[in-house]
Design a protein around this ligand. Structure first.
Ligand SMILES: NC(=O)c1ccc[n+]([C@@H]2O[C@H](COP(=O)([O-])OP(=O)(O)OC[C@H]3O[C@@H](n4cnc5c(N)ncnc54)[C@H](OP(=O)(O)O)[C@@H]3O)[C@@H](O)[C@H]2O)c1
Length: 341
């Protein structure tokens, strides 16, 4: 049980901060004000915090955080010990929880609306728990809520070896869908297949051959595409979709602009979805967490939906962790460790 629920104003903590004198880089500071207790919120002593592409973009000055989030403190997800009670949300001080915030999660203490927090089972390590919320909730929101999948569907996941991609593949597999994926890296394709997460097409030289890859395995085409690349991938992938298929684009790694060939969109009666988690209201996050408790957490087991860790770094090595994520060499999540395992 934690002992510092009464943190005095003026107390300081460690946090990852965008370096003021070296734009585009991060430093770890130990003089950041610790959030004080606030009746409607719960403070969490963070043990691990996952890194995300949004952090890289924010550090590079290309993704201003939503209003209310600290502009110089990246970090969207965390796992740790609740420092306050929130009986209205079924939370007690001392519980293991994880969650999302719009920024500042790579800190010793974060503060969040208790309705947005998820419980962390004792079977999950802190590193795994820190890697869980963003990937799993993004995947669940896309394939469980926005464009829901069912047993027998065929889901094609672009950048399947990414943190979100692996969580989506696990969730789709757990629901009985057939999973296909793409990656630019042959070794990652082999690893994803070896994990039993689907058949993977290597796109090192572009998306040529994609439609044949999909239709050889599912003659009608993919019922769903989860696109974690975006840009030109959208137009190049639409021919691989089945009649009345759903296309969910969540990323701009492949370019910010999307052009859609109208003939496929109309003739195949397709639905194109776009989404982002970070800028949603607290109430929307609370709804997502509530849905996730009912329909995602029952699948959270080591043999079903479970975080895949690429690497864990101690907080002091945050710059190296950021470099690892930016390398594109990762398979799964990069995590910062702030507390004891
Ligand atoms: N909309 C939302 O709410 C939301 C939420 C979470 C994440 N996202 C976005 O979803 C994407 C995946 O996130 P993540 O954290 O899972 O990523 P990640 O673990 O960092 O993996 C991304 C992978 O994508 C591949 N990639 C990078 N640039 C590419 C390009 N130009 N073309 C094709 N593949 C490329 C790389 O693998 P290979 O090249 O080896 O295949 C890279 O390792 C990111 O763009 C992220 O910002 C969106």
């Amino acid at each position: 049980m934690e002992t510092d629920a009464q943190s005095a104003p003026g107390e300081r903590m460690r946090a990852v901060v965008i370096a003021a004198d070296a734009p585009g880089t991060v430093v770890v500071r130990d003089d950041v004000p610790t959030p004080a207790a606030e009746p409607s919120l719960v403070r969490v002593r963070v043990h691990a915090a996952g890194l995300n592409r949004a952090d890289l973009l924010q550090v590079a000055g290309r993704y201003p955080p939503p209003p209310g989030a600290p502009p110089d403190r990246p970090g969207l997800e965390f796992a740790g010990i609740a420092l306050d009670d929130a009986p209205q949300a079924g939370l007690e001080r001392g519980m293991r929880v994880c969650g999302l915030v719009p920024g500042g999660a790579q800190s010793d203490v974060v503060r969040a609306d208790p309705r947005t927090l998820l419980p962390v089972s004792g079977a999950m390590s802190w590193d795994e728990a820190g890697a869980f919320p963003e990937a799993a909730l993004t995947a669940f929101d896309a394939l469980g809520r926005r464009a829901p999948i069912a047993a027998g569907d065929t889901v094609l996941i672009h950048a399947i070896a990414s943190g979100v991609g692996l969580a989506a593949a696990q969730y789709a597999r757990a629901l009985g869908a057939r999973v296909l994926g793409t990656t630019r890296t042959a070794a990652k394709a082999e690893q994803v297949s070896a994990m039993g997460l689907g058949e993977v097409h290597v796109t090192r030289d572009g998306l040529g051959g994609l439609e044949a890859f999909v239709r050889d395995r599912s003659a009608d085409g993919a019922t769903h595409v989860l696109d974690l690349v975006g840009g030109a991938y959208v137009a190049a992938t639409l021919p691989s979709l089945a009649l009345r298929g759903h296309y969910v684009v969540l990323a701009t790694l492949g370019g910010a602009d999307v052009s859609v060939p109208g003939r496929f969109l109309l003739a195949r009666r397709l639905t194109l979805h776009g989404s982002v988690l970070r800028s949603r209201s607290v109430d929307e996050h609370a709804e997502l967490a509530s849905d996730a408790r009912a329909r995602l957490l029952p699948h959270v087991r080591p043999d079903a939906v479970w975080p895949v860790l690429d690497a864990t770094f101690p907080l002091d090595a945050a710059p190296a962790a950021y470099a690892r994520l930016a390398s594109d060499a990762t398979l799964g999540k990069v995590v910062l460790r702030l507390g004891e395992e």
